[in-house]
Design a protein around this ligand. Structure first.
Ligand code: GLU
Ligand code: MG
Length: 440
């Protein structure tokens, strides 16, 4: 199959609903579209994943342009995998050619520019995704088994070849703990590329599953009491010349000073940006103790129930390579969040920790679910919000968030997500999980 000049390329932007939306243009106009972009409407950002559009401050007014970044073009035809994908990720600009306040990729670029300008630092990241694959009958008790891996059939290998063809540095595939649950990890990249790869990966996982006659869902949790699908963000800091700055064997838990302040900022501001990292109603069925997600804004050393975890470095003693591998993992997010906005929240919060020179947090070592509020405070943390309603209130009351993301975006998130909460009113938790399973 060769491509024809009229074959379409979708130009998309990742939005507040965590969806990729855009318009398609014929391939023979791709060059010129890189300059002009495609027309876009502000109210599109108020489209929920369930049909209704949240009350828009713009109504039918206003015009914007999504301009594709050619570096993000995915142009893949793999017939035996059933893959025929042509899409590119873009930035949303105003007609005055400025970054639009609600362009989430632009939000990330702004946060990264601040980190460079104020502290001379860059961030490397990698997104670890869990999702449900529908191509085999769900069966409990077969987590991580060779049997499940075999029963997944051609899906894992096909997926690896598709991700490789797309230029993503594949790392691991796992038949995860939950029935039908899989996990894919890719290697670390500069922050903007890492977020690009996260949205690319989600859509290529969906496309590959579809090629197998199945479907993949990135919903945060499939049924109340079930296993969550997390998105864990692995990250490390480096100087502008690429020197890693997270590892210091002379500091407690090997956490170097500047990175300790960065992590402290993330944990301190997490209650205020949780509605960005966990932006759906069922996100909060996942963020409960003993689910290996995160239920407190705590720091953990090799602890899979901490909001930020120090990841172990395996099989290495050379200090230079240890420094390159040493990193942290943020565990409180799921795939209903746009990777751009999520990463921009982590950067803005970490930046706030650097600006205030916050002390490196002490990792918690007890079962925090057994502690009351005062005991949690003595451990330097608190329980995270237990509903989207609660986390949204924390976001909209935060002067830090208004400053970091701008009042327009915070207002848009509030309108959008409050409408989404309203759409789930009166549904049982099972029904809510089913709605998100279909939507993500
Ligand atoms: N499924 C867990 C979550 O919801 C994560 C399990 C793990 O990979 O540690 O985040
Ligand atoms: Mg996992």
């Amino acid at each position: 199959m060769t491509r024809s000049g009229t074959d379409l390329i979708m130009i998309c932007a990742s939005d507040v609903a965590g969806q990729m939306r855009g318009k398609a243009v014929p391939r023979n106009t791709w060059e010129s579209r890189q300059k002009t972009g495609i027309g876009w409407t502000p109210t599109n950002v108020l489209q929920t994943s369930f049909g209704p559009i949240a009350p828009s401050p713009w109504g039918a007014l206003g015009d914007l342009a999504i301009r594709p970044d050619p570096e993000t073009l995915i142009d893949l035809q793999i017939e035996e995998a059933g893959i025929n994908e042509s899409f590119a990720i873009g930035d949303i600009y105003t007609l005055e050619n400025e970054r639009w306040d609600c362009c989430l990729r632009g939000q990330l670029k702004t946060a990264l520019e601040r980190l460079e300008a104020r502290h001379g630092l860059r961030i490397k990241a990698s997104f670890e995704h869990e999702f449900h694959y529908s191509g085999l009958p769900d069966q409990d008790g077969l987590g991580y088994t060779l049997r499940t891996f075999r029963r997944l059939g051609a899906f894992p290998n096909t997926l690896m070849s598709v991700l490789d063809a797309a230029g993503l540095g594949i790392d691991t595939f796992m038949p995860e703990y939950g029935p039908g649950q899989c996990e894919v990890t890719v290697g670390p990249k500069p922050a903007l590329r890492a977020a690009d790869e996260a949205v690319i990966l989600r859509d290529l996982v969906r496309a590959t599953a579809r090629g197998q006659g199945a479907r993949a869902s990135f919903a945060p949790i499939l049924r109340p009491g079930g296993v969550g699908n997390g998105v864990h963000v692995h990250f490390s800091l480096e100087t502008l010349d690429g020197t890693p700055v997270c590892y210091d064997p002379d500091q407690p838990h090997d956490v170097a000073r500047p990175s300790g302040a960065f992590v402290a900022g993330i944990l301190d501001r997490l209650p205020e940006f949780l509605a960005i990292a966990a932006p759906s109603v069922p996100s909060y069925l996942r963020l409960v103790p003993h689910r290996w997600s995160a239920a407190f804004n705590n720091f953990g050393n090799k602890d899979r129930e901490s909001a930020v975890r120090i990841c172990p470095v395996f099989g290495d003693t050379d200090p230079e390579s240890m420094a390159r591998k040493f990193h942290f993992e943020f565990r409180a997010a799921d795939a209903t969040a746009s990777p751009y906005l999520l990463l921009s929240a982590l950067v803005n919060a970490g930046l706030d920790g650097l600006d205030r020179d916050l002390p490196t947090p002490t990792p918690t070592e007890t079962d925090l679910s057994a502690l009351d509020e005062a005991e949690l405070a003595a451990n330097g943390c608190r329980r995270l919000a237990s509903s989207l309603d609660e986390s949204l209130t924390a976001l909209t009351s935060s002067t830090w968030a208004a400053d970091a993301f701008g009042e327009t975006l915070v207002d848009v998130i509030d309108r959008h997500k409050r409408t989404e909460i309203g759409l789930m009113n009166g549904l049982s938790e099972e029904e809510i999980c089913a709605r998100y399973y279909a939507a993500y």
